[in-house]
Design a protein. Structure first.
Length: 230
């Protein structure tokens, strides 16, 4: 493999195989996805598949919903259109997972790496300051919001996260997760990557005893359409 390129919406690389060389184009994010794809390519070639067919199949692979998922933008007619920012939704909800997600995204960012996240209520509170420290270390811009606050006050959870940050005043705080996502997308500059972390594929938000329909992907897609496809 050579000539690896990490772009805003995927990865490109030249692969060198016993069947010859080929241009691999992935609609996936992160070095780990490149490594996984190369392992699949090697296995399929060994099983007798041709290089062109294998490359074409890998190019069509989409991420698992809520796991380093690129939020794609479409216009009112359903046609895919491009924006000059990248929005990724990931389930990362622990310090280690958040660090790995941000590290995976860094090579793809042409400008700033921004993160929107919170922490679950009535769950391990000890991880909250650690997540604040991780976000501050690996992201250029931090937006703190609610995750699933459950029976806790969102402001108290956010305060716990800020306690782990060296410069908590630099973080933007918005407890309403929908508004926080909208702010991140509206304020992003060309070349920025916005990571929306913590809830991934989840289709609801737990506030108190209520389960409210809520999807990070749906909110992000709506805000992208509002900004770029209007």
């Amino acid at each position: 493999m050579r000539a690896v390129s990490f772009a805003m919406h995927g990865i490109a690389a030249e692969v060198i195989t016993p069947q010859g060389n080929g241009s691999l184009q992935l609609a996936l994010i992160g070095k780990f996805n490149l490594a996984n794809s190369l392992a699949v390519l090697a296995a399929l070639l060994a099983a007798g598949f041709t290089l062109p067919n294998t490359i074409a199949a890998l190019a069509a692979v989409k991420p698992v919903p809520g796991r380093m998922q690129l939020v794609e933008l479409a216009n009112e007619h359903g046609d895919r259109c491009d924006s000059n920012i990248t929005v990724v939704v990931d389930y990362a909800h622990t310090p280690d997972a958040l660090a790995l997600a941000l590290q995976a995204l860094r090579p793809h960012a042409q400008a700033a790496l921004r993160v929107v996240f919170g922490a679950g209520g009535d769950r391990d509170s000890g991880k909250r300051p650690l997540m604040g420290a991780v976000a501050e270390e690996h992201a250029d811009s931090v937006i703190l919001t609610s995750d699933n606050p459950r029976g806790e006050r969102p402001a108290a959870i956010i305060a716990d996260i800020r306690a782990g940050m060296r410069a908590p005043q630099a973080a933007h705080v918005e407890s309403d997760r929908g508004i926080a996502i909208a702010h991140a997308i509206e304020s992003a500059d060309s070349g920025d990557i916005v990571l929306i972390a913590g809830k991934g594929h989840e289709a609801e938000q737990i506030i108190g005893d209520e389960r409210i329909p809520f999807s990070d992907c749906d909110i992000a897609r709506r805000e992208l359409q509002r900004r770029f496809a209007a």
